[in-house]
Design a protein around this ligand. Structure first.
Ligand code: SF4
Length: 273
């Protein structure tokens, strides 16, 4: 399902964004890009003092590195700090707080054990959060449910935790948003390219629509799933025999919260509030 041929930079003019290594930036002139690097000093060095307008955000994939070069550069540029292992990298989040003064900062946390504490700490430090990953283990699901509970009921949470935030709003407004798009994995909207400029095998299927249609046509669990619209078969990637009981509980929790919120709003409106 992956394309191992290097993508010509002028290709896919309809695409919203390429996610590319910083080193490939000059190969994509005039194209909107998200830049990715393990070395926080690489982008300031390559791009110079002014961040080009084409750069939508900068993704840093190694939080053990010295983040100081980003604290004095790129005012207003959004940063996405990617945790590799939330269980072991939790203390590293404290080192990232100095970036908030200059940048909107999101922390991407994999759906792995350790995520619940990482989400809690990240939002308490003022970061937005994106939970990323396809097929969490039972322990990962348990922690995702804990994180959801904290997101829904902790009144001090002031930053969005995706995909909870947007899926909840989608249920509330009866217009569910798809996880592939929400989590920046839909190849119709973003292409994640590796160091050679080829589509990363981690991105997912070449077409979300085809993937979803195939799952339904093949009679997979998705066919009768009440969450097909927001999910789009996201959790059946890459193993189609993944048991979705746990992740369905996440969707159920979000739908119940949306129903409760809708009822609360209706009750409030009925009082003339
Ligand atoms: S939750 Fe599982 S069964 Fe339901 S649509 Fe998503 S991948 Fe398919």
């Amino acid at each position: 399902m992956t394309n191992q041929t290097a993508i010509p930079p002028g290709d896919h003019p309809d695409l919203v964004l390429f996610n590319i290594p910083v080193a490939l930036f000059r190969a994509f002139p005039g194209r909107p890009v998200a830049l990715r690097t393990a070395d926080p000093g690489e982008a300031p060095q390559l791009l110079g003092p002014e961040v080009p307008a084409e750069v939508a955000f900068l993704q840093v994939t190694d939080l053990t590195q010295d983040l100081a070069p980003l604290a004095d550069w790129g005012d207003g540029l959004a940063l996405d700090l990617v945790m590799a292992d939330p269980a072991t990298e939790l203390p590293l989040l404290y080192r990232c707080t100095g970036l908030i003064d200059r940048h909107p900062v999101r922390v991407t946390i994999p759906l792995m054990p350790g995520l619940a504490r990482a989400v809690k700490l990240a939002v308490s430090l003022g970061f937005s959060v994106r939970l990323l990953g396809h097929q969490p283990t039972p322990d990962g699901v348990t922690e995702a449910l804990q994180a959801l509970d904290g997101y829904l009921h902790n009144t001090t949470v002031a930053r969005p935790v995706e995909p909870f935030h947007s899926v909840l709003l989608g249920f509330l407004n009866d217009s569910p948003l798809g996880l592939w798009s929400l989590l920046e994995q839909d190849p119709d909207e973003i292409r994640i390219l590796d160091d050679q400029g080829t589509v990363s095998p981690d991105q997912g299927p070449a077409s979300v629509t085809t993937w979803c249609d195939t799952l339904v046509a093949d009679g997979a669990e998705c066919r009768g799933c009440p969450y097909l619209r927001p999910c789009g078969g996201y959790f059946k990637w890459p193993q189609t025999d993944y048991d979705c009981a746990g992740v369905k509980a996440l969707f159920a929790g979000l739908r119940a919260a949306a129903d409760e919120l809708r009822q609360g709003l209706a009750d409030y409106a009925a009082t003339g509030g």
